[in-house]
Design a protein around this ligand. Structure first.
Ligand code: SF4
Ligand code: F3S
Length: 111
């Protein structure tokens, strides 16, 4: 089992999640984060930290096969992230917007 970052992280990217993970298994894209499914120890500590409620266990209905695939794929491509950066200035305006999946950038995070 693993925890999964789902659609509502896109363009919110608050990054409160990364500093609490005991095994540092978050990886960062330009506007989204993922969890490495083989590194996550399923502790659940990150789930309540996300202001966008984007992190769920893989048993949750929000953890669709699509989002499981996105997490597994980009965890192998994007850089590891352990320190909270500055969220996008317009993060709040994206929180809860439907259909954000199309906005997912394949580009890696840059400091
Ligand atoms: Fe890290 Fe625990 Fe969240 Fe998995 S559930 S990503 S180990 S904080
Ligand atoms: Fe994304 Fe929530 Fe972390 S918005 S970056 S999963 S705190």
């Amino acid at each position: 089992m693993t925890y999964v970052v789902t659609e509502n992280c896109i363009k919110c990217k608050y990054m409160d999640c990364v500093e609490v993970c005991p095994v540092d298994c978050f990886y960062a894209g330009a506007n989204f984060l993922v969890i490495h499914p083989d590194e996550c120890i399923d502790c659940g500590v990150c789930e309540p930290e996300c202001p966008a409620e984007a992190i769920v266990p893989d048993s949750d209905p929000l953890a669709t096969p699509e989002w499981l695939d996105v997490n597994a794929k980009y965890a192998q491509i994007w850089p590891n992230i352990t320190l909270k950066g500055v969220p996008p200035a317009d993060a709040k305006s994206w929180d809860g917007k439907p259909g954000k999946g199309a906005e997912l950038s394949p580009e890696p995070h840059k400091d």
